[in-house]
Design a protein around this ligand. Structure first.
Ligand code: PAF
Length: 284
């Protein structure tokens, strides 16, 4: 498995593979890979002949007060994860390879990006959509794999692919959790021992919500309250948002009548974590 730093080198690999009639998958990441990423690469390598993992901490999706400078990086570890999961190539560009100093083009997905993380992190999805579009144009994959933990990101990218006619299948993959239920995230490394314990409230609150839904509760305010109560039991936690939205257009719903996404973001100390689940309603 090779690691390349330039767009030209990626394109040379792709040309060779295409000449041999091989299918190509892309797994876009910001590195510091965990089992969640590994599951994406494993699935991609089962479903495609070749898998490119991009490792790029994309500066344009971080806000001015966010963790761009401290975002964890460990390329040697990432290489091992990619190799063991069946990747064929790592694309690890420098920011200067991806962005011209005088660039003036951004990809904006409207509407779907108004709420949730879009509302809390202005400019974030513009950065994500622009870099993912560039990666799609560089790699021209048949399929691209994204985690369902970033549920809004997945919905936004699916819509962008549809609207801009990218000929790429977007594959969403299930959230991978620690044994105690905490969703795997590169940012979990920031948590102190005490915060790590508190972070369990995210999954616990969602399980509580799931139980209420299974018991027949359909009022979003009551479900949200149940989540809020569970998280507020903790002292270091601050809720950023609790949203119950239509899983297609990401618009808030009041009464749960169709499949919904229940998504939360919580600050545990300074670390912002997200989690979610989809509640499927049987069609009448
Ligand atoms: O989900 C991520 O890690 C990033 O948002 C992505 C898709 C790699 C774009 O930088």
């Amino acid at each position: 498995m090779d690691t390349v730093k330039t767009i030209k080198e990626v394109r040379e690999y792709i040309k060779q593979w295409r000449r041999q009639g091989l299918s190509v998958a892309l797994v876009p990441t910001m590195g510091y890979l965990h089992d969640g990423h590994k599951s994406l690469v494993e699935r991609a390598s089962k479903e495609n002949h070749r898998v490119i993992v991009s490792i790029f901490v994309n500066p344009t999706q971080f806000g001015p007060n966010e963790d761009l400078d401290t975002y964890p990086r460990d390329l040697e570890h990432d290489k091992k994860v990619c190799e063991s999961a069946g990747a064929s190539l790592i694309f690890n560009p420098e920011p200067s390879e991806m962005y011209f100093d005088d660039r003036c083009t951004n990809v904006e997905v409207e509407g779907l990006t108004n709420g949730l993380c879009g509302a809390k992190r202005p400019g974030h999805f513009s950065g994500v959509c622009t870099v993912v579009s560039k990666l799609f144009n560089i790699v021209t994959p048949d399929r691209a794999y994204f985690g369902e933990k970033d549920a809004q990101q997945l919905a936004v990218i699916k819509r962008m692919v549809r609207d801009l006619s990218f000929d790429i299948e977007i594959v969403g993959c299930p959230i991978v959790r620690e044994k105690d239920g905490l969703a795997k995230s590169s940012r979990n490394i920031y948590l102190s021992k005490e915060e790590r314990q508190e972070a369990l409230s995210l999954n616990r609150s969602l399980r509580r919500a799931k139980k209420r839904l299974k018991d027949g509760e359909r009022d979003t305010n009551i479900i949200k309250k149940a989540i809020e109560e569970e998280i507020n039991k903790e002292t270091l936690s601050k809720i950023d948002y609790i949203e119950i939205i239509n899983s297609e257009d990401l618009k808030p719903v009041e009464k749960i009548e169709k499949t919904v996404l229940i998504a939360i973001a919580v600050f545990i100390g300074k670390t912002r974590l997200i989690d979610n689940f989809t509640f499927e309603m049987e069609e009448k």
